[in-house]
Design a protein around this ligand. Structure first.
Ligand code: FEO
Length: 170
């Protein structure tokens, strides 16, 4: 049986991951409106990954007979000044999520819940990758974003991203 605080934090994380999916879909909408379909594709796939993350938390809680309660999903931002604002908000968001994962890990550690710690190990690694991806995008946009031809090529690169299901099996 899961510790009450750990279960509560895991339950909240389901909502946070679905919110992340919603947020990235909003970014995808923005880039689609801007005519950057490659970026729209990249964020749409990012949204799919976030939905997967949410489902992994659902599955983990179901596997542990923990009660799940869904809360309303917050409205994501949808008005942006420029491309860079979106990319920077994406990095800030991933750093925020890393903090949430670390917080659950810390609560599991406090009660010697090694099973949850092991489950979260995948997310700790994933957050490292997500932060790196988000910050790499900012660097690329800083380098190439102001030149239309380079931005076009960068958009092509973003269009090449394909969806892969998470490697974590519960
Ligand atoms: Fe589910 Fe991007 O963290």
């Amino acid at each position: 049986m899961l510790n009450e605080k750990v279960a509560e934090l895991l339950n909240t994380q389901i909502n946070k991951e679905f919110y992340s999916a919603y947020l990235y879909l909003s970014y995808s909408n923005y880039f689609s409106e801007e005519g950057l379909d490659g970026f729209a594709n990249w964020y749409q796939i990012q949204a799919q990954e976030e939905r997967d993350h949410a489902m992994l938390f659902v599955q983990y809680m179901q596997n542990n007979d923990a009660k799940i309660t869904f809360d309303a999903i917050d409205k994501p931002a949808s008005d942006f000044q420029d491309h860079m604002e979106v990319l920077k908000a994406g990095l800030d968001h991933e750093r925020y999520v890393t903090g949430l994962i670390n917080n659950i890990y810390s609560a599991a550690y406090d009660v010697k819940d090694f099973r949850t710690m092991q489950f979260l190990d995948w997310f700790v690694k994933e957050q490292g990758e997500e932060e790196t991806n988000a910050s790499d995008l900012i660097k690329k946009m800083e380098l190439f974003g102001s030149d239309p031809k380079s931005l076009y090529l960068l958009d092509q690169e973003m269009a090449a991203r394909t969806y892969t299901a998470p490697s974590l099996v519960l």
